[in-house]
Every structure is written in structure tokens, then in C-alpha cells.
Design a protein around this ligand. Structure first.
Ligand SMILES: Cc1cc2nc3c(=O)[nH]c(=O)nc-3n(C[C@H](O)[C@H](O)[C@H](O)COP(=O)(O)OP(=O)(O)OC[C@H]3O[C@@H](n4cnc5c(N)ncnc54)[C@H](O)[C@@H]3O)c2cc1C
Length: 426
């Protein structure tokens, strides 16, 4: 259904019944099995209808769209759900609202304050950004799923006899199932999702490795503190190609540096930025950040989120696209488990859907390459000219939002509601 998506937000008037069911929590209440720990970390070997590897933004969103389908869906991650925060957790507020996750919001901003080496400029945003609490976000998203979750480390593809494939070539093994090696056994499924992040663990062929692959790098600290502004620092004092940020989240600030050049060491200048704005240096966390779209399917495996390069160049915003493509994938998988499409059709349609966004990734990558070439004295005037003339700022921000618009989250939620009968409430 979503494969005809053109990037323009459709209009979905919400029915009172839908809004009522969402607000009452009927939509959110699902049966859940508890996660096993310690001695209960049993062998997981066996077959599942759907196996989702990675329980962060993309994986949880795909699982959500399968809720109520009746499919036996297993989600695995090396950590508990919400245990390891991977980002500054800023997202357009409307995505939190449309997914019923607004209670995870920590702080809201209707402008971005940009500091350059030669002055600051405030850019009003025609919609708002929010920072959110990662564990609450994940917990609430998981509440909307009816899948099973287990902690397990994914090692890669395995053959049917349980041997890890040396070449890691992703192949099905005659019975139509993929066999995935984990530290808790071999799990088989015809529908396997790799939402494991940039390493793309289940892909065949040559693997991306930093610093040579098209990956940016980011590092941040999360000291306690407070601020009112969402701040961005485009200043070579911190990074020659990239930007620094300070994203307040109620009782803490998330301060970091992202470099488009993977060779640039971000640790010293993350410290420098934290010192300059007089915040502490605690709770470091960082990762590689993809800035190129990669095929969303390969050798029968579905990829979503960072594993498919679903992270916008220039801004390094990866949560919204991970949710967006995760939702699209979940809806596509649902078609298969409900017998409305074959796996091959789902692979082709999802691949095309993702590839249909190449224009946006190219557009942002061009801007990413241009930014470091602008003379430092001209950064502020260029921003002023680009964002302040006759609504051009609104146009640019809206065009950016509409690459993965919140209306798509509405569509995903409506598909979820339509696809399952209401759960009886006590
Ligand atoms: C410092 C920093 C700040 C950022 N800030 C923002 C921001 O404010 N807003 C924004 O939109 N984006 C931000 N990003 C980008 C964003 O974090 C990513 O694009 C996003 O997390 C991608 O989501 P994902 O679900 O694809 O993958 P991830 O969030 O990376 O999740 C992958 C999951 O797979 C699990 N996993 C990995 N390998 C294995 C394995 N072998 N076995 C089992 N489990 C495994 C991990 O535990 C994890 O739960 C930031 C990135 C960085 C580095």
C-alpha cells in the first residue's frame, strides 16, 4: 500500500473512533511475555515467522506494525530494550505525537540557535523539535508490540547445520528460511530484518569499515544541567567538516560533536565544546553514523535504519528515518504474514520504496559537502539569506520534514488499527 508513496504528505482525517481508541490506550494494550535472564537464557534455536535483529528505533517500529497479525515475531538485541542510548534523541515533535509516544518527551523547541565563528543566528522552525527520554520511548514503543523479546548477540548468517558461514554470504537454505547464528542458538525464519545499526551484520559481501566507509562519527556527553535553546555550532574550532550541538533534555544537556570526516578525532573537541559552554563531561557515548543510503534488501534479508543507511546526511538525523523505514518495512512484512503478498514481492517493494528516497539523500549529501567549503565569515550571512527571505526558511524546513513526514506515522498507526480487532479492556 505504501509503495505508491510520493513523499507528499497525504491527508488522513482522524476519525473520532480512532482518536478515542488511541487515547484510551486500547491500541497500545498488548499481551507481553517477560524477558528471560540468567539461567533462563535458554537455547533459542528454532523457527519463527519473523525474526527482527536489533531492538532500537527501526527494529521496534517494524515489530509494532506486526502487532495483532498473529505472526510469531521474535525481536532480539544484545541489550535489554532501552538499555543503551545511542543518540541525543532529538526528533520532530509530531512523530512522538503520531506514534503515541509524547509522554517520553523531555523538552520542546520551536527554533534552532546556530552559533558560527562570526556570530549567532536564530532560525525559527515552522514545526517543533523535541528531545525525549530513550528508555521511556523504547518502553512505550514496545508496549505497542505483541512480539517476544530475548537478549541475544547476533553473530551472522549460519548454515542449516549451525555452522557460521565463513563468507557470511546471505543465502536461503532450500526450506526458504534464513538461519541466523546467535549466542543463544540458530534461529530460522523466512522473514529476517537486520536493524542492527551501521555494521549491517547480516549483509554479504565486503563490509563497511570506518574510517574508509561513508560514515560520519559522533560523540557526546550527557551532563546534568539545563538550557532553553536547541543549539548548533558550525565552527571549525570544534570540527572542520560537521557541527557541534547542545540539546537540552529537561534535567540534562546532550553536548557533542559530529564529523562528516571519519578521520577527525571528535573526543578532544567534544571536551572543548563542553568546556566552552561550561557543562560537565560525563556519560560519554558515541558511534559511527552512516551518511549514504544502502540497498534496503540484499540476499533475501530486509535492512532498516542505520543498517540501510537510513540516516540523513548533513543533519545526521537518524531516528525519524529509522522509524519511517521501519514502519514501511513492518507494513510490508504484515502483507506477507497475512498472505496478501509473497516474500519476493515484499523484498522488491520495500527495496524500491527505500531507493525512491535517493533524491533526498543526494540533496542532503550535496549540502553536507558544501558546508565545509563556505568561508567561516560567510556561514552566518549564508544561513540568513537561505532561511530568512520571504518564507524560504519555512520552505526548507518543510521540505526537509516531508522526506519522512509525520503523516506517515499516522498512516502506519491507522494501518495497525485497521489490521487488528480491538483488544477487550478490563
Ligand atoms: C552521538 C550521536 C548523537 C545522535 N543524535 C541524534 C539525534 O539527536 N537525533 C537523531 O535523529 N539521530 C541522532 N543520531 C543518529 C541515530 O542515533 C541513529 O541514526 C539511530 O540510532 C539509528 O537507529 P537504528 O534503530 O537503525 O540503530 P541503532 O539505534 O544503532 O540500534 C541498533 C540496535 O542493534 C543492537 N545490536 C547491534 N549489534 C548487535 C548484535 N551483533 N547483536 C545483537 N544486537 C545488536 C544494538 O544494541 C541496538 O539496540 C545520533 C548519533 C550519534 C552517534
Amino acid at each position: 500500500m505504501y509503495v505508491t508513496w510520493t513523499g507528499k504528505p497525504p491527508h488522513f482525517p482522524r476519525s473520532a473512533a480512532f482518536a478515542g481508541r488511541f487515547a484510551s490506550g486500547t491500541l497500545l494494550r498488548m499481551a507481553k511475555r517477560a524477558t528471560k535472564r540468567g539461567d533462563e537464557r535458554t537455547d533459542l534455536s528454532g523457527s519463527r515467522d519473523v525474526l527482527i535483529c536489533g531492538a532500537s528505533f527501526a527494529g521496534l517500529m517494524a515489530a509494532r506494525q506486526l502487532a495483532g497479525s498473529g505472526a510469531d515475531v521474535l525481536v532480539i538485541d544484545r541489550y535489554e530494550i532501552g538499555e543503551r542510548q545511542t543518540s541525543a534523541c532529538a526528533i520532530p515533535t509530531a512523530w512522538l505525537e503520531e506514534l503515541g509516544l509524547i509522554e517520553s518527551e523531555k523538552q520542546r523547541f520551536d527554533s534552532v540557535l546556530i552559533h558560527t565563528a562570526h556570530g549567532s543566528i536564530r532560525l525559527p522552525v515552522p514545526w517543533s523539535f523535541s528531545t525525549f527520554d530513550y528508555p521511556t520511548f523504547c518502553e512505550m514503543l514496545w508496549e505497542q508490540c505483541d512480539a517476544e523479546f530475548e537478549t541475544a548477540k547476533v553473530n551472522g548468517k549460519a548454515d542449516a547445520d549451525g555452522r557460521a558461514e565463513v563468507s557470511r554470504r546471505a543465502e536461503t537454505n532450500g526450506d526458504g528460511a534464513h538461519h541466523i547464528g546467535t549466542d543463544r542458538g540458530i534461529i530460522s525464519s523466512p522473514l529476517v530484518v537486520d536493524s542492527l545499526g551501521w555494521k549491517r551484520v547480516l549483509a554479504g559481501g565486503a563490509h563497511y569499515q570506518p574510517p574508509d566507509a561513508p560514515l560520519s562519527r559522533g560523540l557526546e556527553v550527557h551532563p546534568p544541567g539545563g538550557n532553553v535553546d536547541l543549539e548548533v555550532f558550525i565552527n571549525r574550532r570544534y570540527v572542520p567538516a560537521g557541527y557541534g550541538w547542545s540539546f537540552p533534555a529537561d534535567d540534562e544537556v546532550r553536548v557533542g560533536v559530529g564529523s562528516f570526516d571519519p578521520y577527525f578525532p571528535v573526543r578532544p573537541t567534544t571536551d572543548l565544546l563542553a568546556d566552552d559552554i561550561e557543562v560537565g563531561k560525563s556519560a560519554y557515548q558515541g558511534n559511527w553514523i552512516p551518511h549514504k543510503l544502502r540497498p534496503a534488501t540484499a540476499d533475501g534479508i530486509f535492512f532498516a535504519g542505520d543498517s540501510a543507511g537510513h540516516c540523513f546526511p548533513l543533519t545526521a538525523e537518524g531516528i525519524r528515518p529509522a522509524l519511517y523505514f521501519g514502519a514501511a518495512l513492518g507494513m510490508q512484512l504484515r502483507e506477507v504474514v497475512e498472505g496478501k503478498a509473497t516474500r519476493d514481492q515484499a523484498l522488491a517493494d520495500y527495496h524500491d520504496f527505500s531507493a525512491g528516497h535517493q533524491w533526498a539523500f543526494d540533496w542532503l549529501l550535496r549540502a553536507q559537502k558544501l558546508l565545509p567549503k563556505i568561508h567561516p565569515r560567510l556561514v552566518k550571512p549564508t544561513l540568513a539569506a537561505s532561511f530568512r527571505t520571504a518564507g524560504s526558511g519555512d520552505y526548507a524546513f518543510n521540505k526537509y520534514l516531508n522526506i519522512a513526514p509525520p503523516e506517515f506515522a499516522t498512516l502506519a498507526t491507522r494501518a495497525l488499527v485497521a489490521g487488528r480487532p480491538p483488544v477487550a479492556t478490563a
